[in-house]
Design a protein around this ligand. Structure first.
Ligand code: CP3
Length: 341
């Protein structure tokens, strides 16, 4: 069905000539064609109009030919659909004017019909599938329940999400009620995305690393694992936990098809902690894309040698930064395509 199925084969653990490559946040502000559309339409408009979302999704594929596309959207469309107001303020980021602070607030949060509330995402997927013309697979995504809770309670980005953690530790009943509502919504949402045409899903636990190993199990992993269990027969699931190396052993025992890792762990330790059997994805330091292209290529080749070409998906350890030169992003992708074992 899909002409370049390297990414799906790596998710199955099959032997490949070279690993597949894509970049987290690959549709983004380092691309001039993205900036053109950003000038004309605000953030959520870009997410909501299928023609725009699909166009932005395929922009990086046209320019660089990654082995997978990721639907242009945001993890914060989930709280929006749950009746929580979310704004995207220019040069500031997400802003939630009425953050959740008590059980009463949690009780006002709804579990929506995702096809009603987020039908535009499904339309965006269908439009994207047409544009991709079965050249490469399409990834759908959601935030982890914990990472979504972080924004719902903190009300904005943060260095430590102290208010979100305080909420969990002072009001665990309210926190777990909210986490379960987010989990239920996310499961229905990802199933609808698969039905609309995505070939794999990734769960972004961007702030899992804010929690201690014990708290991570209680407030993050058990909910991610519910999502994996619910989705495993629908599509391959990638679980990316930034700063969550301490949980890799537990994560590797799940039914996830792959685990994403950031740049603070060596390939050797990541393979050791995950038992050597599960596909890993990562973990180039996004800031290293400021190095000269020749150096990037050397480092990427080295990274593939360390992870091994099989059961491996080349990626950054977190999203690409806005000011990365176009030639440097190209060097990252090309190094993988030119790789020979
Ligand atoms: O990977 C892709 O190309 C798909 C697009 C994508 C976006 N957000 C678009 C976006 C994805 C996968 C996300 C996920 C997301 N959103 C995460 C998890 C991944 C991560 O990076 O940790 C998080 C934590 C968010 C929440 C969010 N959205 C923040 C913190 C911000 C502001 C900070 C920033 O990077 O600007 C956003 C806005 C956002 N989402 C932008 C893009 C391209 C930039 C703003 C804009 O384009 O107007």
């Amino acid at each position: 069905m899909i002409k370049n199925d390297l990414f799906l084969r790596a998710l199955k653990g099959e032997t490949v000539d070279r690993p597949p490559v894509w970049m987290m946040r690959q549709a983004g502000r380092y691309l001039p064609e993205f900036m053109e559309l950003k000038k004309k339409y605000d953030f959520f408009t870009r997410c909501q109009i299928p023609e725009l979302a699909s166009e932005i999704t395929v922009q990086p594929i046209r320019r660089y030919g990654m082995d997978a596309a990721i639907l242009f959207s945001d993890i914060l469309v989930i709280p929006q659909a749950m009746n929580i107001e979310v704004e995207m303020k220019p040069d500031f980021g997400p802003y939630l004017p009425n953050p959740i602070r008590n059980l009463n607030d949690v009780n006002n949060v709804i579990v929506p019909d995702v096809n009603d509330a987020l039908g535009y995402v499904m339309e965006g997927i269908k439009a994207t599938k047409e544009k991709l013309n079965n050249e490469v697979p399409l990834i759908g995504f959601a935030g982890s329940p914990w990472t979504i809770l972080c924004y719902c309670v903190q009300g904005q980005g943060s260095k430590n999400f102290d208010k979100a953690k305080e909420f969990c530790f002072t009001n665990p009943v309210a926190a777990h009620t909210l986490l379960q509502k987010i989990t239920d919504t996310t499961i229905a949402y990802l199933k609808a995305k698969v039905a609309a045409g995505v070939n794999a899903v990734q769960i972004f636990d961007s702030w899992g690393g804010m929690l201690s190993p014990v708290d991570y199990q209680e407030f993050s992993w058990q909910y991610i694992n519910q999502i994996i269990e619910a989705l495993k027969d629908d599509a391959p699931v990638i679980a990316f936990g930034k700063g969550c190396w301490f949980a890799l052993d537990e994560m590797s025992k799940s039914n996830a098809s792959a685990l994403g890792v950031d740049w603070t762990i060596t390939a050797k330790n990541a393979r050791y902690l995950t038992g050597g059997n599960i596909t890993l994805q990562g973990n180039f330091d996004p800031t290293r894309l400021f190095s000269p292209p020749a150096e990037i290529k050397k480092m990427v080749t080295q990274m593939i040698n360390e992870f091994g070409k099989d059961k491996y998906i080349v990626n950054l350890g977190h999203g690409i930064l806005p000011n990365i030169p176009l030639d440097n992003a190209k060097a990252f992708i090309d190094a993988v395509k030119e790789y020979n074992a």
